[in-house]
Design a protein around this ligand. Structure first.
Ligand code: ING
Length: 306
């Protein structure tokens, strides 16, 4: 009996600045229904899937920034997504901007949650690697003010038991850092879920613009193969408020192979039957950590346990 879970990568096209959350929710419900018809146990939606990618603009007023954040989850606007998920028995990963109250202190996080087939939140992740800059930099074609609008999360990519496997969550820029896959894999994770919003233009190094899609897959395929885990990367794609966002959402096997990929820049679902036991093909062989890994030889990277 294999531990196969049918996973959906539910890519979204652009979300306009004035698009109400109810519209984004309706679009995601349509993808949930398509996922049900394709026998998915859960789907992965993008990072910041309820609003436009607002860190592309500089806002003076905190109230204007907070308008893009969710004060509660679910809220009246997002409850229909949870309700439909429970009715269909299809879980989901959702990225959104979270306003959290921590012992009376208001926190701003770039957050992802995992919701099971009963509509319950079973995991919550706050983005660890915040890219971009803090101050307004008018020289840029558009801003990337995640370091200004969000606080870094505290998380060790610990997997949770869900959908018959051990599932870890990450967000966007996290996927570029090899440590997240290794940390998750050392903790037994079998699948890493990653929503992203990635502009095709990278102002600090425009000479790399033509490499954005290559780099997107390079880092996730390497992470998958070098750690023997499934990786699901899902974009908010297309021309969003004049900013071109890459697509190519995909499902990657522990061998590093892309086994499913979106072919448009709009709302699109691709699915794959992920046999979680296939992680063993890698973890028992080429990347058998206990047999082959030498943490004593890379002490700067390793918490060396004698
Ligand atoms: N977006 C981008 C990402 O890491 C970026 C930021 C783009 C960094 C290109 C470096 C190069 O995919 C988010 N939201 O992290």
């Amino acid at each position: 009996m294999t531990r196969t879970v049918t996973v959906g990568a539910a890519q979204l096209g652009p979300i306009a600045r004035d698009e109400p959350r109810s519209s984004a929710v309706a679009r995601m419900i349509a993808l949930l229904e398509e996922a049900k018809a394709k026998q998915c146990q859960f789907v992965v939606f993008p990072e910041l899937a309820l609003t436009t990618f607002f860190p592309r603009w500089y806002f003076e007023q905190q109230a204007d920034i907070d308008a893009f954040f969710e004060k509660e989850m679910p809220s009246a606007e997002t409850q229909p997504l949870f309700d439909r998920s429970r009715e269909l028995g299809v879980g989901f990963y959702l990225g959104f901007a979270e306003l959290a109250d921590e012992n009376g202190k208001v926190r701003h996080y770039n957050t992802a949650i995992l919701v099971d087939q009963n509509g319950e939140i079973v995991s919550r992740y706050r983005k660890v690697h915040l890219p971009g800059h803090v101050e307004h930099e008018p020289w840029r074609a558009f801003q990337h003010l995640e370091k200004r609008y969000f606080e870094p999360g505290v998380n060790h990519f610990e997997p949770v038991e869900a959908f018959g496997g051990r599932v870890s969550l990450a967000l966007c820029n996290d996927r570029r850092w090899p440590e997240i896959y290794r940390e998750a894999a050392l903790r037994g994770s079998e699948i890493m879920l990653i929503g992203y919003n990635t502009p095709a233009h990278y102002p600090p190094a425009p000479e790399h613009d033509h490499l954005q899609c290559f780099h997107n897959h390079l880092v996730m395929q390497a992470g998958a193969y070098q750690n023997g885990m499934w990786v699901v990367g899902v974009a908010k794609a297309g021309i969003e408020e004049g900013c071109s966002l890459i697509g190519q959402s995909c499902i990657i096997a522990p061998t590093g192979e892309i086994v499913a990929m979106c072919g448009t820049l709009g709302d699109e679902l691709v699915t794959y039957d992920c046999d979680l036991d296939r992680c063993r093909e890698i973890r028992d062989n080429v990347f058998n950590f206990s047999l082959h890994r030498r943490p004593d030889m890379y002490p700067l990277l390793s918490f060396v346990t004698k």
